[in-house]
Ligand binder design. Structure first.
Ligand code: ATP
Ligand code: MG
Length: 442
C-alpha cells in the first residue's frame, strides 16, 4: 500500500546491509496511508548517529541534531533525515526534552511520538508497525495522543497546537480525552517560543477544517492571541451582521483562499473592533476600527516573529479591508498605484470573504459590486492602462533630453505626471506629457 521512493529504499538497504534496522516513520507513513504524496521521508534506525554517518561514508551528510540523534543525508539532491530510536525525558520547561536517550527498540521510539496517526512506522517487507491504533484513527478522522493526553501536553505544550493543526489540515476532530486535555493544559502554551507557535498557526489557518477549530477552541487560541477574548460574544449591532465578531472572523477566515497572507488577514481584520466601539450617534459604531485593527495586527505579528514582508502585507490589507470605492477606472488605478497589483487582487479576495461572513440578505448586492470592480480591473490590466511609472510613456531620460537638469526634480516631475495620468487629467502620450512639462518649466 505504501510505495517508497527508490532513494528511500536505498537508504533502508544501506543501513540493513550494515546490520541495522531501518523504517520510514511519522508524517510520511500517515500521508501515504491518506493517499497523499509525502513532502519528505523520515527514517528511523537502531544505528547510533556515528554509525549512520560511517554507513553513508562518502555521501554529503549534515549533522543536523547530532545530540538528538538526527543525521541528514543528501541523496541525489534529496535530504533524508535519519534518526536513531530514542526516548525523551524531563521536560522541565515544557519546550524541549532535557535529555534524549537512545534505545534499541522501534516500539519505544514510537511511544514517544505525539499522536497515534504520527506514531506508525513502515518497512517494505516487514509491513506496517501500528502499536496504538493509528490506522483506525486515521480512518475515523481522529487526533488522539499516544498515552495519557494530559501527560503528553504537560511534557510539551506545543503538541496542543499541533493537535489543532492536524485536526484543521485533515478536517479531523479531537478524541474526547485529547480534547479535554487540550483545554486543561492550554495555559502552558504561554511557555512556547513564538517561532514554533507561528509555524503551527500558519498551517492550522490554511487547513480545510479551520472554521470548526476556530469556533471550538477559541479559549486555547486566546492564550496566544489574548485579543480574541474581547471579540467572543461581541454583537455587532448592524444590519450587515448576524454573528458576533469572533464567529464573523472565523467564518471569513474559512471563506478566503487557503493562502497564508489571506488567512492571517481575515483572522486579524476585525481584531481592533471591540476597542473602537462607541454608543455615540445612535445604536453604536466602530469608528476607525480598520486603522486600529491594522495597528494591532502589526503588534501581534511582530510578537509572533513574522517576517517583515508578511507583516507589511497583512497590515495593509487589514487597514484597507473596509475601503469603499466605486467600480470606476480612476479609483481603481489609484489603488493599484498605492498597493501594487498583487495586493489589490488580495484586497478583493479579502472583501469577498468579509461579505461571505455577513448577513445573507446583504450579500448579493455587495458581491455584485465586487464583481464589477473585478471586471473593470481586468479591463484596465488587459489594456495596459497606466498606474505606475512602468506604464508611463515618459522616462527620466526623456525629461533630460528636453533640457530638465538631472537631479531630484526629475523624480518629482515623473510623480506629478503619473498622478495626472492616473487621475485622467493628462493622456498617457509622450508628446502631450512632454508639452505639459515644457509649459511648467517656462
Ligand atoms: P508534517 O511534516 O507534515 O508537518 P509530521 O508529522 O512529519 O508532519 P514533523 O514535525 O515533521 O511532523 O515531525 C515528524 C514526526 O516526529 C511526527 O510525525 C511525530 O511522530 C514526531 N513529532 C514531531 N514533533 C513532536 C512533538 N512535539 N512531540 C512528539 N512527537 C513529535
Ligand atoms: Mg515531517
Amino acid at each position: 500500500k505504501i510505495t517508497l521512493t527508490p532513494t528511500i529504499e536505498q537508504v533502508i538497504n544501506k543501513l540493513e546491509s550494515a546490520g541495522f534496522e531501518a523504517f520510514v516513520v511519522g508524517g510520511c507513513v500517515r500521508d501515504s496511508l491518506l493517499g497523499k504524496r509525502p513532502h519528505d521521508w523520515d527514517v528511523c534506525t537502531d544505528a547510533l548517529p556515528a554509525q549512520v554517518i560511517s554507513c553513508f561514508n562518502g555521501w554529503p551528510v549534515i549533522e543536523t541534531g547530532l545530540k538528538h540523534g538526527t543525521v541528514t543525508v543528501i541523496i541525489q539532491g534529496f535530504p533524508v533525515e535519519i534518526t536513531t530510536y530514542r526516548t525523551e525525558s524531563g521536560y522541565s520547561d515544557a519546550r524541549r526534552p532535557d535529555q534524549v536517550t537512545f534505545v534499541r527498540k522501534l516500539e519505544e521510539d514510537l511511544g514517544r511520538r505525539d499522536f497515534t496517526i504520527n506514531a506508525m512506522a513502515y518497512h517494505p517487507r516487514k509491513g506496517l508497525k501500528d502499536l496504538f491504533g493509528g490506522q483506525e484513527d486515521l480512518h475515523r478522522g481522529i487526533i488522539r495522543c499516544v498515552g495519557s493526553a494530559r501527560r503528553r501536553f504537560e511534557e510539551d505544550a506545543l503538541r496542543i497546537l499541533r493537535a489543532l493543526r492536524f485536526a484543521s489540515v485533515f478536517g479531523f476532530s479531537l478524541e474526547k480525552e485529547t480534547a479535554q486535555a487540550v483545554n486543561l493544559c492550554k495555559e502552558r502554551l504561554a511557555m512556547i517560543a513564538p517561532e514554533r507557535i507561528r509555524t503551527e498557526l500558519d498551517q492550522m489557518l490554511c487547513g480545510q477544517g479551520v472554521l470548526d477549530i476556530l469556533l471550538a477552541y477559541s479559549p486555547v487560541l486566546q492564550v496566544i492571541l489574548p485579543e480574541i477574548g474581547e471579540m467572543r460574544g461581541f454583537e455587532q449591532r448592524s444590519p450587515y451582521h448576524v454573528y458576533d465578531i469572533w464567529e464573523h472572523t472565523a467564518r471569513s477566515t474559512a471563506s478566503v483562499q487557503a493562502q497564508r497572507i489571506l488567512r492571517l488577514t481575515m483572522l486579524l481584520h476585525d481584531i481592533g473592533k471591540p476597542s473602537c466601539f462607541t454608543e455615540e450617534g445612535g445604536e453604536g459604531h466602530f469608528y476607525g476600527h480598520d486603522r486600529k485593527s491594522a495597528q494591532m495586527a502589526g503588534e501581534i505579528l511582530r510578537r509572533l516573529k513574522y517576517d517583515n514582508e508578511t507583516l507589511e502585507k497583512v497590515v495593509q490589507l487589514v487597514g484597507r479591508h473596509g475601503d469603499c470605492f466605486p467600480a470606476q477606472p480612476v479609483p481603481i488605478k489609484r489603488r493599484l498605484n498605492r498597493m501594487g497589483e498583487e495586493q489589490f487582487w488580495r484586497l478583493l479576495e479579502v472583501k469577498r470573504a468579509d461579505i461571505l461572513a455577513q448577513a445573507p440578505d446583504k450579500q448579493p448586492l455587495r458581491l455584485a459590486q465586487l464583481e464589477e470592480i473585478r471586471f473593470v480591473l481586468q479591463k484596465l490590466l488587459a489594456e495596459k492602462e497606466c498606474f505606475s511609472r512602468k506604464e508611463l510613456r515618459v522616462s527620466g531620460t526623456d525629461l533630460i533630453d528636453i533640457g530638465i537638469p538631472q537631479g531630484p526634480k526629475i523624480g518629482e516631475l515623473l510623480s506629478d505626471l503619473l498622478e495626472k495620468v492616473i487621475e485622467e487629467e493628462l493622456p498617457n502620450e509622450k508628446q502631450a506629457l512632454l508639452n505639459y512639462v515644457r509649459e511648467l518649466s517656462k
